[in-house]
Design a protein around this ligand. Sequence first.
Ligand SMILES: [Zn+2]
Ligand SMILES: [Zn+2]
Length: 273
Amino acid sequence: MKIGCHVSIAGGIENAPQRAADLGCEIFQIFSRSPRGGPAPAISADSARAFKDGMKKHNQENCYIHTPYYINFASSNLGIRRAAAKICREELERGSLIGAKYIMTHLGSAKDMERAEAVGLVAKGVAEVLKGYKGTTEFLLEISAGTGNIMGDTFDELGYVLDEVDGIGICVDTCHMFATGYDIKSKEGFKDVMKKIKKFVGKDAIKLIHANDSKMELGARRDRHEHIGDGKIGKEGFINMMKEFSNIDFVLETEHDKVEKDIAVLKKIRDNI
Ligand SMILES: [Zn+2]
Ligand SMILES: [Zn+2]
């Protein structure tokens, strides 16, 4: 288990490994393009090489890419669904250029549509992303906080997509899980969550953890990240998660004012289990 956080690529993607190391990361996550829109800046052979050299030089074991926020596989608009598949595919190819292990994506939101139809569209779109793909970076779906009509908030729903499409995995976000109503904080709650994970997706489908505490109560269905131990999940929840998922990486997405402390807190929990 390695620990790190999301870092900026300001000034060029090749700056990210050092920026991560300076914060105490052993692994890190980036956006390879603006998360809010616009075309992706090309990654030249030189910057890909410089990025990989930086990974080695700054002892970063893995890097992960978060896709932009506007991805929507469940839109009723075909153009938007096609763009979602195209952009995720681009991110997989870009990830392969720089040696990223995984990209993860949100699934989008279904308006004016039955949930079953929307899940079907998501599975179709995710399959489209991988058609003919030969790169090395793998594709993860991120669990959502279940706000409004946002897709992918439950393991049953994610499990449906996993059954339909080969070769994908799941990124769980502790804050999103908690917001959806999965009680990872209490011992009994956590046992029940693991039962559901095993039933609907299988423990091995979970490939990466976004480690964020939650400003909101269990089941609030709102996504507000908090520093580790300062939120409603508390250190107990992170001890549960780190014990159970000791073989995968934990990536923080908390505000950078105290992210170095969050990294230290998670390292300390890891060292004591
Ligand atoms: Zn996310
Ligand atoms: Zn979030």
